[in-house]
Structure formats: structure tokens, C-alpha cells
Design a protein around this ligand. Structure first.
Ligand SMILES: Nc1ncnc2c1ncn2[C@@H]1O[C@H](COP(=O)(O)OP(=O)(O)OP(=O)(O)O)[C@@H](O)[C@H]1O
Length: 299
């Protein structure tokens, strides 16, 4: 079972927010949904959860067409929207009980308790939601998304605005909760993709620009081969430029030297010819961040 987005287009007034995008997210895996601001991530997620309509194309969730049967889709989907809408005047436990009732859960008491346990809300369960920190509000948002044990989980920037400790904690909860589910998670944070996701779909200006395993994207070949080279003291960059290499001073006496072909031989020749005090040379691996920047250039 999975989420299938097929030729999805969404037009707001005169603006095309999504331009015929297609991708799949499969069960037991976390699909990262990445893109710069305004790329169309939230729009896709709102359509996939049946909260807004589409202009053309289709989205099916576990075989159910979201346009034809939005309520059915909502029943099997847990959704944490970007702006987590919570009732600030309600107490945590009371709110989760209310959500459990809205799904008509029979074992409501047990489900509320296990969500409190799973999302680390034990200490906060008797507080008003309005009194919680941002991190704990996100946990409440996750708990409400998970309470009916949905087969599908859609999380729109679940860790935005969290401090590094909260971020690590919430990621643990997401990882734990995602087993056996189909999960789509949107984020701007590359480390999040590396920490959580199996595959990644990158969207830019309403179009898909990449859809691949995280490892494959990281291994995407850059146009240039780069080495980080450290000297004992500052050097004359022109010595390398004269040989056709591109050189950038990264910090102190550390430089990045790049070329279309492996630049090591030339680096060693220039270093030897001019007796430059070389300390270290290491290959610069292409990072996911670099790939993202390359693919969303001009965004
Ligand atoms: N209700 C709306 N009416 C008009 N335009 C909208 C509406 N919602 C979104 N848009 C526009 O559609 C485009 C895609 O927006 P969307 O919120 O889906 O992007 P996003 O990738 O989630 O961005 P962010 O990372 O900033 O949350 C943007 O240009 C946005 O301004």
C-alpha cells in the first residue's frame, strides 16, 4: 500500500502552485519531501490529506482516490499540518481524548495513554496546551496524528522551530512511530533527511526535480572534482589559477581546489615547484545540501 501522486496540478487563482507532479511513497518507508519556500510541499500534503481540492491529476492513498473519498482517506491518515492547530485552552489529555472520540475509537482510554507514553507527554499531560513549549506542542500534534493508528502519516515540517535537543527527541518519536506506515515528511533540513528518510522527492517551483534514494542523490556526480588543501601558511592562489584550477580560500590557510578532472597531480606539481608547505589534502565529498542547492538553483 502506498501514496500515489499522478500528474497532480494545483492552480490558485492565476498561480500554478503544482505543475503536473508525480511520485510514490511506499509502506514501511519515510519519504522526505524537500523544496525551497513556496515550492508546493504544503499544497501537495493538503491535497493528499483531503483538506483542499486539486485542479487536475489524482492522488490515491492506499488505493483510495482522495477526491472521490476524502473521508475514507482521512480515516486512515494521520496529518500534522505545518501550522499545528491546537486548542490552547484544552488540557493535553482532554484534547487527545477529544480527538480519539472524533475517530470513534473504542479503546479511547488506552490509546490516549499509549500516545502520551509514546510521545513523551507524561509530565505535561495535565497542563493546558497553551502552557506548553513549542517542542511539546509538536509532540501533542504528533500524538493527535497517531492516535487512530493510521496506516499513512503526513508530517509537514514536524521539527521546524525546535531547539537541537527537542529536534533529536521528536525525530526519535517519528522514527519509532513510522514503522509499518507509509510516511511523507516535509522539511528544509538536510540532516533530517539523512537521519530519517529512506528516499527523497525534491520539488522546485511546483515541479519534481529529483526522486531517488538518499544514498543515490548524495552520490550524484558533481561537474567538478574538489579537494580541500591545507598549508602551513597563506599561499599565492594565482599559482594554481595559472594552471587552470579553481581555488577558493575556505578559512585561514585552508583552500578548496577544483577542476573538471582530478586536480591532484597539478596540485602536487605546483606545491613541489614552489616548495609550498602542504599539511593536508582530502577529497570534498558531495553533500546532500550541495545536491539540493544544485537542483533548486534559481529558486
Ligand atoms: N491559499 C492559497 N492561495 C493562493 N496561493 C497560495 C495558497 N496557498 C499556497 N499558495 C501559493 O502556492 C505556492 C506553494 O505554496 P506551498 O505553501 O505549498 O509551498 P511550500 O513548499 O510548502 O513552502 P514553505 O516551505 O514556505 O512552507 C506558493 O507560491 C504560495 O504562495
Amino acid at each position: 500500500m502506498s501514496i500515489v501522486v499522478d500528474n497532480l496540478t494545483k492552480v490558485y487563482g492565476s498561480q500554478k502552485a503544482l505543475d503536473s507532479i508525480s511520485f510514490e511513497a511506499s509502506e514501511g518507508r519515510i519519504t522526505g519531501f524537500l523544496g525551497p519556500n513556496g515550492a508546493g510541499k504544503s499544497t501537495t500534503m493538503k491535497i493528499a490529506t483531503g483538506f483542499i481540492g486539486l485542479t487536475s491529476g489524482s492522488v490515491s492513498v492506499n488505493g483510495i482516490d482522495v477526491t472521490k473519498e476524502p473521508l475514507q482517506v482521512k480515516r486512515i491518515t494521520g496529518y500534522l499540518p505545518e501550522h499545528n492547530p491546537l486548542y490552547l485552552e484544552m488540557y493535553v489529555k482532554e484534547y487527545l481524548g477529544f480527538i480519539a472520540s472524533s475517530y470513534g475509537l473504542k479503546d479511547k482510554k488506552n490509546r490516549v495513554e499509549s500516545m502520551i507514553e509514546m510521545c513523551g507527554l507524561g509530565q505535561e499531560q495535565h497542563k493546558k496546551i497553551g502552557a506548553l513549549s513549542k517542542g511539546f506542542r509538536q509532540r501533542v500534534g504528533l500524538a493527535q496524528a497517531l492516535i487512530h493508528d493510521p496506516k499513512v502519516l503526513i508530517l509537514d515540517e514536524p521539527t521546524s522551530g525546535l531547539d537541537p535537543n527537542q529536534l533529536v527527541e521528536i525525530r526519535k518519536v517519528i522514527k519509532e512511530a513510522s514503522k509499518d506506515k507509509t510516511v511523507i515528511l516535509s522539511t528544509h533540513i538536510m540532516q533530517e533527511v539523512e537521519a530519517l528518510c529512506d528516499k527523497v522527492v525534491i520539488v522546485n517551483k511546483g515541479k519534481i526535480v529529483a526522486d531517488d534514494e538518499v544514498g543515490n542523490l548524495k552520490a550524484m556526480k558533481s561537474d567538478q572534482i574538489s579537494y580541500q588543501v591545507e598549508f602551513e601558511e597563506g599561499i599565492d592562489q594565482k599559482l594554481f589559477e595559472k594552471e587552470g584550477l579553481t581555488i577558493t580560500n575556505l578559512e585561514n590557510f585552508v583552500y578548496q581546489i577544483s577542476a573538471d578532472e582530478d586536480p591532484r597531480k597539478v596540485i602536487m606539481k605546483v606545491t613541489g615547484d614552489h616548495a609550498l608547505p602542504l599539511i593536508n589534502i582530502s577529497k570534498v565529498e558531495q553533500s546532500l545540501e550541495g545536491v539540493f542547492q544544485e537542483l533548486t538553483k534559481g529558486a
